[in-house]
Ligand binder design. Structure first.
Ligand SMILES: Cc1ncc(COP(=O)(O)O)c(C=O)c1O
Length: 383
């Protein structure tokens, strides 16, 4: 009988290929020893409490640590009924859709947007409409027109899904003026904002811009945070802060009534990890490593692929490119794969058929030397 093979991780890369597809942390940078020590500390400190069903809203020690950190870093501390531990942003978005939408409801995303969030929205049979962006992020002026159009067509949006800080895929961060304008528009037109804040800890040049949540009025906004990029994605751990009614709807859901808080044991271990000071050390080392990688890839792209315009982000995992000559990046991908380098063509990030001449390159997984080599091969493929 053939031997059965069950993969352990999602990451799958063709040997020899430099694969700039994956927006995932470099496994060699993950804090294996510190997590081992934290698991030990959590068992000593919490004992059987770490192994029981967790409280419905999530593990208390982690919520406490997160709330204090938000108070310090964001100038706003969530009240106890305004925070929920989630199994990451993917889970949070799925739960928001489960509890706030019905099939056929309209939601707005950015064009371009995180393609796998779109998959989640599609799972809920939502009508997905795109609002344009530019180098500064979401175009709030254009969004206003879109909301009016939808309103008059009787399709009031259930929410706007937005990534205002170190956007995936463009790397853009919404300016302070646009953040204010967006919050004002949402209040005036009475729509909910679902803020994806996954890259908050990965700012490389300056402190990250304040979250929308930190200055949003009650009830208008849900902010999804995650440990996936700042610590490790296999933890499947994140949080939701904001609109009290919705947070409480999720806390009181059948899912949590039956299963308790999600990933309770992991959350207790991560609480011990954070309390020991390992979190701060980890984000410092991630930032240093990813800053160097971003800079190496950006310089090499300018040297080897000058035909494209490259947007170098202040944080996150991606460099976004576009070819003013209008060439098709799915064809470029074929040429690049012949030279053992690959990426995601821009069209994958749009729900409205745009992005033909754009592309996303992730720099998180590879060393500066490998990234320079990737740019050289891409340049050959681009001709
Ligand atoms: C913008 C964005 N949101 C969410 C996720 C997934 O987050 P999580 O692992 O917390 O589900 C990613 C991962 O690439 C992402 O880039």
């Amino acid at each position: 009988m053939a031997e059965m093979f069950f993969p352990s991780v999602q990451l799958a890369i063709k040997p020899g290929t430099i694969d700039l597809t994956w927006g995932q942390p470099d496994p060699t940078l993950l804090p294996v020893e510190e997590m081992r020590a934290a698991a030990d500390a959590a068992m000593s400190k919490y004992g059987a409490d770490a192994l029981g069903y967790g409280a419905d809203a999530g593990a208390g020690p982690l919520m406490h640590w997160l709330a204090e950190r938000m108070g310090q870093n964001e100038g706003r501390m969530p009240a106890a009924d305004e925070i929920l531990i989630t199994a990451g942003i993917s889970d949070a978005l799925d739960q928001i859709c489960t509890h706030l939408t019905r099939p056929g409801d309209t939601v707005i995303v950015e064009a371009p947007t995180y393609h796998l969030a779109v998959r989640i929205l599609q799972d809920h049979d939502l009508d997905i409409v795109a609002a344009p962006t530019d180098a500064e992020g979401l175009r709030v002026d254009a969004l206003e027109g879109l909301v009016s159009e939808l309103d008059s067509a009787g399709k009031k949006p259930k929410f706007l899904y937005s990534i205002p800080t170190f956007h995936n895929p463009t790397g853009a961060s919404l300016s302070a003026a646009r953040r204010r304008a967006l919050l004002e528009l949402a209040a005036a037109r009475n729509f909910l904002i679902v803020e994806d804040d996954v890259y908050r800890e990965l700012g490389y040049d300056a402190p990250s811009p304040p979250s929308l949540w930190s200055s949003a009025e009650d009830g208008m906004l849900l902010r999804m945070g995650s440990f996936s990029k700042s610590l490790a994605p296999g933890l499947r751990l994140g949080w939701l802060t904001g609109a009290r009614d919705t947070v409480q709807k999720l806390v009181r859901s059948g899912l949590r009534d039956s299963g308790g808080g999600v990933n309770h044991f992991t959350a207790m271990v991560v609480a011990a990890f954070c309390e020991a000071g390992y979190f701060a050390a980890q984000v410092t080392s991630f930032r240093a490593a990813y800053r160097e990688r971003r800079d190496a890839l950006a310089a090499a792209l300018r040297a080897h692929v000058p035909q494209a315009e490259w947007r170098v982000p202040g944080g996150g995992f991606f460099i976004w490119g576009s070819f003013p000559d209008g060439r098709d990046t799915t064809k470029l991908k074929e040429a690049a794969e012949g030279r053992d380098v690959t990426f995601i063509p821009g069209s994958r990030f749009y729900v409205n058929g745009k992005g033909r001449s754009e592309l996303r390159l992730a720099f998180s997984l590879y060393s500066p030397d490998e990234l320079r080599e990737a740019a050289r091969r891409l340049g050959e493929g681009a001709g």
